[in-house]
Design a binder for this molecule. Structure first.
Ligand code: GAR
Length: 199
């Protein structure tokens, strides 16, 4: 099975879905480590599942470059084939990207290229769009700018709040992310210009 490192910062429900998928008999990937940049529920989920975890905080390093290098070292120890950022609320640095570039997958709670960044759900709601959704994409040096692998739409209702909308997005997002990771690790991906196609 392909070796996957998951990075997370939050409640870890995407992580939980990936763990569940990885434990179906015959799974094509296994989660070999979970990394976080802060104390968060995702680390507890990893521990309970018996998966190695590490926490690498920006504040514990002299600067962003040192943090980038430390995160790279932590992840490299697990020898991942793929890295998945699942609610990881930090921008990856150049050293991390150099080490794993092309093999990093992110899940975003909006239909990119609309509403990139840390507030994709709130910004879609505030903009008044009627349809938003979830995007799985490869990570490049920009913020949510890498080649798109898959998207699913979610309609916005008149009484949606950020919380109700985000919860509905996450139901779709968990399934899509697990599906895409399973497809990617078995089939691979070709990039033509901006376009990515899972083989
Ligand atoms: C997910 O919706 C993910 O797309 C989003 O955080 C949530 C994490 O949920 N990530 C971002 O907004 C990154 N910019 P979880 O902690 O329950 O897995």
């Amino acid at each position: 099975a392909a070796r996957v490192v998951v990075l997370a910062s939050g409640t870890g429900s995407l992580l939980a879905a990936l763990i569940e998928r990885s434990r179906i008999p015959g799974s094509v990937f296994e989660i070999v480590a979970v990394g976080a940049d802060r104390d968060c529920a995702a680390v507890g989920i990893a521990r309970e599942a018996g998966i190695e975890s590490f926490t690498c905080r920006v504040a514990d390093h002299p600067d962003r470059g040192a943090w980038d290098e430390a995160l790279r070292e932590h992840a490299a120890r697990a020898e991942p084939d793929w890295v998945v950022t699942a609610g990881f609320m930090k921008i990856l640095g150049p050293r991390f990207l150099d080490a794993f570039g092309g093999h990093i997958v992110n899940s975003h709670p909006a239909l990119l290229p609309s509403f990139p960044g840390a507030h994709g759900v709130a910004e879609a709601l505030a903009h008044g769009v009627k349809v938003t959704g979830t995007t799985v994409h490869l990570v490049d040096a920009g913020v949510d700018t890498g080649p798109i692998l898959a998207q699913r739409a979610v309609e916005i209702g008149d009484d949606d709040t950020e919380d109700t909308l985000h919860e509905r997005i996450k139901i779709i997002e968990r399934e899509l992310l697990a599906d895409v990771v399973a497809a990617l690790v078995t089939k691979g991906v070709v990039i033509e210009g901006r376009k990515a196609r899972i083989l």
